[in-house]
Design a protein around this ligand. Structure first.
Ligand code: PFF
Length: 448
């Protein structure tokens, strides 16, 4: 027996939620950092191509299966299976998605916790609390535990209120603020000396940088950025009404995700060169990026400091933006195991949410206590191995296992003239052959 399902009250609500899931630390921090360390504009071109040629078709597989089955990933993949063997693998893939989504959330909440701490720091500085400032910016176990707990608690609060009151209302509120904040920060950074060097690196492709490594990196980024493989988009599709055109909504989500990543690059790359100009060592003499995964936390506070009084407010705006983007992604991750607990185990949402949330927080804490050995491992297992493997499985389910007539008729719902579109002629074959092959290549590369 399953609980009655929530539904988005409008396609705007769905768009905000799905785009909110896609847009996160991956876009605003990951994409610009990868672009900066992989040849700038050449990486941007590869990413843009792969986002539309690989990630969008894979996203369509998840949305179509989700809306047809109207269930979580475990039940959905079982529902479109035809025999006991594919049903078994459907269940297995679904469980894999739940595990990987939970694992991603467990490290994501730590990084998002850093953002919350850096959001608190300017307030401490305003009140002249020097000790607090230092504690907030130092990477200590205690600080990480507290701020991961705060971020996880916020995520649980939103998810506990359910689809319409929680996810939709919050995402509709948070997404536009995110875009406005980004544009304001870009306007500011472009007035600073050095910004245009960053802009040039970001926008003028030098195709001598075009290597297989760059392609693989761009492919992984596109995959992670659109929240693919773990059933997040499948769940959101399952809350979507049959009056909406899936290809159109999927394309919009992709455009918003890619658009925000691209816009974030317009902020971060110039900001790196502005900071370099102002005396912070960001690039080595040979042009290589010095800072690692904590680039933003090493570089941006230094940049904000060069802005005088205004720097405090810019810092607040920026880290608020990071927390907002992280929150609209983390709620989509938590919804994956929570929807499973509600629908398969019959646990009410108000109990399932804190129960699942606490288990994930326990994993986060384990990672925090063993940061050096576990953090990179969690990132690698979930995003480099988990997501591509699950992505292949989802494309195989959509392309090979699911009955063709059911797949096609689901696509037609809400999109009457679809048979005249290019999408209709290409996608059903594309998802069968090209998508699994492309992902397989990426997966093979990540093993090598
Ligand atoms: N797409 C998110 C980002 O770019 O930050 C990360 C993410 C969200 C991955 C949700 C997976 C997921 F299920």
């Amino acid at each position: 027996m399953s609980a009655p399902r929530g539904q988005f009250s409008s396609n705007i609500g769905f768009l905000m939620a799905a785009a909110g899931s896609a847009v996160g630390l991956g876009n605003i921090w990951g994409f610009p950092t990868k672009a900066a360390s992989n040849g700038g504009a050449a990486f941007v071109v590869a990413y843009l191509f792969l986002a539309f040629a690989l990630a969008y078709p894979a996203l369509m597989a998840e949305l179509t299966i989700g809306r047809y089955a109207r269930r979580n990933m475990v039940q959905a993949l079982r529902a479109i299976s035809i025999g006991p063997v594919s049903r078994f693998f459907g269940g297995l893939t679904g469980f894999g998605g739940i595990l990987v989504a939970s694992l991603i959330l467990s490290f994501y909440a730590i990084v998002a916790g850093w953002m919350v701490a850096h959001l608190a720091e300017p307030f401490a500085a305003l009140f002249g609390a020097q000790e607090a400032v230092q504690w907030l910016t130092e990477n200590s176990t205690q600080r990480n535990l507290i701020f991961t707990a705060i971020f996880s608690g916020l995520t649980m609060l939103i998810i506990a209120s359910g689809v319409e009151k929680g996810i939709e209302r919050w995402s509709t509120l948070l997404m536009p603020s995110l875009i406005i904040l980004l544009l304001l920060l870009i306007a500011y950074v472009l007035t600073q000396p050095g910004a245009f060097t960053g802009l040039e690196v970001y926008l003028m492709p030098d195709f001598s940088h075009f290597t297989p490594k760059l392609l693989i990196s761009a492919m992984g980024q596109a995959f992670f950025s659109l929240s693919l493989g773990v059933g997040t988009m499948l769940i959101y599709g399952s809350y979507l009404s049959q009056q909406e055109s899936l290809p159109r909504l999927g394309a919009l989500v992709t455009l918003i995700d890619v658009g925000i990543a691209f816009t974030a690059g317009l902020l971060i790359l110039p900001a790196m060169y502005v900071a370099q100009e102002a005396g912070t060592q960001i690039f080595a003499a040979d042009g290589a990026l010095i800072a690692g995964p904590n680039l933003i936390l090493q570089v941006l506070p230094a940049l904000f400091d060069t802005m005088g009084e205004a720097g405090v407010f810019v810092a607040i705006a920026f880290f608020a933006l990071m927390v907002i983007a992280s929150l609209t992604s983390s709620i989509s991750m938590l919804e994956v195991p929570v929807a499973f607990s509600i629908e398969n185990l019959g646990i009410p949402r108000r109990i399932a949410t804190p129960a699942v949330g606490l288990v994930i927080f326990a994993i986060s804490s384990t990672i925090i206590y063993n940061f050096d050995s576990l953090f990179g491992l969690a990132v690698s297992i979930s995003t480099e191995y988990g997501q591509p493997l699950l992505g292949i499985a989802l494309c195989i389910f959509a392309g090979w296992i699911w009955r063709r007539d059911q797949l096609l008729s689901e696509l037609k719902k809400g999109h009457e003239d679809i048979e005249h579109t290019l999408f209709w002629k290409i996608w059903p074959w594309y998802v069968r052959i090209v998508c699994p092959l492309l992902i397989l290549v990426a997966f093979a590369q990540s093993i090598l």
